[in-house]
Write a protein that binds this ligand. Structure first.
Ligand code: F6R
Length: 622
């Protein structure tokens, strides 16, 4: 997975391309490069490292006069990060430059064919076959634009796999772009146009955006955008993006992740805003299981953090709506003989980016089973929205930090709304209204954690940062939050952290517990008290029992507990206090606390928080 950008207009292309790349560096940051079309041909600058490293190496004293070019930031798939493997890649004559996001699955056989035709390859990448193939497909008739477009089309017809590409060629004053299973947008300007993998790349320049559709090929010049699909001209609507560039900037915080954790209250408010009126929830979609839900069920498919949100969603929907929910990792579902009754199962794909390859593939498979499909995503116009029958948008706004934070919380909000939606929920009116009131309190609850627990969490993060291993435990609706807390910690602080069901530790992991394995235990209990008191009380008691077992094995315990819970102090070494809520809503404050704990621990260890090693923001490869 990588980020690609292109510019064609009347201004200096190079600074615009570099600036755009910096905006989408979260997509890949092991190497970067640009290719500019000049009067003398194509000039390429690329290297291993981040965009800033590459900028430093570009010799600005040598002026580069160019009004069009392409750029790339890479997350290596084929070939290690290096100068030669960095994009753009050129054909043998250095007259065609290509940037690519995706994977060309048949590149090996194409490479052999091109080698036999006399081509020389300099990189280990799959991408390099593309410029060579384009060169071989060029015909000596028609104008340059037509020739290039047709050669790109012929080349694409030979490729299997996924791609978003931008092609620049010597002697052509435009760019050719195409997409298959990888995202691509066009930013529309005034006598200039932009191409990019993602909206933040162009936001500084324009808020007018065209989302290219699956199979689209576009010829973009400074004063025109021509799009065709399957050989026929098509029109794609222009959308106005309401995000501002400030939304996508750090706003005074040291890291995007910290900014985005602080935006969790707003993400909750903005997600509720679209769907919650005075006492009504309108998600505006047809789930196909409303009314009599007997025999009907939901299957959730997701990866990573979104999978943990879905696991929490299962608890929430089953608790509130009593509709059975199954859950599968998208990457496993794709290669399993899953037994699925298409007529009675609604499939929900949960994906912040809407571009995760495993999740998109799972969505397509679910459609083949005849299931109604719903995408729950944060990105308008993303691939998931185009595949699914219906879409529910989370309102988290742009998330730049690689670790998902506010988008996770926004996904939880959608599950509360789904669970409480009257057409599904079997709750008595009083319970419904009480839950609704509690849900409305969530932005304020999240803010209280940020305002009041933050200092204390920093202190505990200093302590946690000294260890190499940690466990996170919870039960019920808070087990997924323990899993999320562990994922976030390992992902950004590189501490080995395992999330576990508290009752499972005794079935093996107890063997690992020592005074050097701190355990973070989620010990919040319910305070609302009317609808599931027995169950929640029981869970709290069981958790206390588990904590005593952990302490007996010498492991230090940090509890996440509600304000006013004095009992818990007797059994643990440290307490992070969060405001009390109804049980089913406790994942919200607990998540905010654990996101902060991961952040401050990583900061204490001096890690590169927004760009953790080996990861990228949207995983568009299987
Ligand atoms: C972890 C994280 C990843 C993503 C996963 C799925 O912080 O962000 O685990 O959750 O790659 O991504 P989406 O939700 O975009 O499908």
């Amino acid at each position: 997975m990588c980020g690609i950008v292109g510019y064609v207009g009347e201004r200096d292309a190079l600074p615009i391309i570099l600036q755009s790349l910096k905006r989408i560096e979260y997509r890949g940051y092991d190497s970067a490069g640009v290719a500019c079309i000049t009067d003398n041909g194509i000039e390429v600058y690329k290297d291993k490292g981040k965009v800033d490293d590459v900028i430093e190496k570009i010799n600005y004293s040598k002026s580069i006069s160019s009004n069009s070019g392409i750029g790339h930031c890479r997350w290596a798939t084929h070939g290690a990060p290096s100068k030669t493997n960095a994009h753009p890649h050129l054909d043998g004559e250095g007259e065609i430059a290509v940037v690519h996001n995706g994977i060309i699955e048949n590149f090996q056989s194409l490479k052999e064919e091109l080698l036999s035709l006399g081509c020389t390859f300099v990189s280990e990448t799959d991408t390099e076959v593309i410029p060579h193939l384009i060169n071989h497909c060029l015909k000596n008739s028609g104008n340059v634009e037509w020739q290039l477009k047709e050669a790109v089309k012929e080349t694409l017809s030979r490729l299997t796999g996924s791609y978003a590409i931008i092609v620049a060629a010597k002697g052509f004053d435009g760019l050719v772009a195409a997409r298959k299973e990888s995202p691509l947008i066009i930013g529309v300007g005034d006598r200039e146009n932009f191409i990019a993998s993602d909206v933040p790349a162009v936001l500084e320049q324009t808020n007018r955006v065209i989302y290219l559709d699956e199979g689209d090929l576009a010829v973009v010049k400074n004063d025109s955008v021509y799009i065709e699909n399957g050989g026929a001209k098509v029109t794609r609507a222009e959308r106005l993006i309401s995000w501002t560039i400030e939304d996508a900037e750090k706003g005074g915080y040291e890291h995007f992740m910290l900014k985005e954790i602080h935006e969790e209250p707003k993400a909750i408010t903005d997600t509720l805003r679209g769907y919650l009126t005075e006492d009504e929830i309108t998600l505006g979609i047809d789930l196909g299981i409303e009314g009599d839900t007997k025999g009907k069920s939901i299957l959730m498919l997701a990866c990573g953090t979104s999978y943990y949100a879905a696991l929490c969603g299962k608890h929430i929907i089953e608790n509130l709506a009593k509709v059975p929910v199954q859950l599968e990792l998208a990457s496993e579902f794709n290669y399993s003989d899953f037994v699925l009754d298409g007529a009675n199962v609604v499939v929900m794909a949960i994906t912040q980016s809407g571009e995760t390859a495993d999740t998109l593939m799972a969505l397509k498979k679910a459609k083949r089973y005849g299931c109604k499909t719903v995408a729950i995503t944060n990105v308008v116009g993303s691939s998931a929205t185009r595949i699914a029958d219906e879409t529910i948008y989370t309102g988290a706004g742009p998330e730049i930090g690689v670790a998902a934070t506010k988008s996770f919380v926004a996904q939880l909000v959608i599950f509360y709304l789904l669970g409480l939606q009257k057409s599904l929920a079997k709750l008595p009116e009083a319970a419904f209204l009480e839950h609704l009131e509690e849900l409305r309190r969530m932005p304020q609850i999240a803010r209280l954690v940020l305002d009041e627990a933050n200092g204390n969490i920093q202190k505990h993060a200093r302590y946690l940062s000294k260890y190499d291993h940690a466990f996170f435990v919870g039960r019920g609706v808070n087990l997924p939050i323990a899993l999320e807390g562990a994922l976030k910690l390992k992902e950004i602080s590189y501490i080995h952290a395992e999330g576990y069901a508290a009752g499972e530790l005794k079935h093996g992991p107890f063997a690992l517990l020592t005074e050097d394995t701190p355990v973070v235990a989620i010990l919040t209990r319910q305070t609302l008290g009317k609808f599931d008191q027995n169950a929640s009380q029981n869970i709290y008691e069981k958790m206390l029992g588990n904590v005593k077992e952990i302490k007996a094995r010498g492991a230090p315990v940090i509890a996440i507990a509600e304000e006013g819970d004095e009992e818990v102090e007797k059994y643990v070494d440290a307490v992070i206090r969060v405001p009390g809520t109804g049980t089913i809503f406790s994942p919200i404050p607990n998540t905010v606390a654990l996101h902060l704990l991961a952040y401050w621990t990583a900061k204490e260890r001096g890690c590169e928080i927004d760009k953790p090693r080996n990861l990228a923001k949207s995983v568009t490869v299987e």
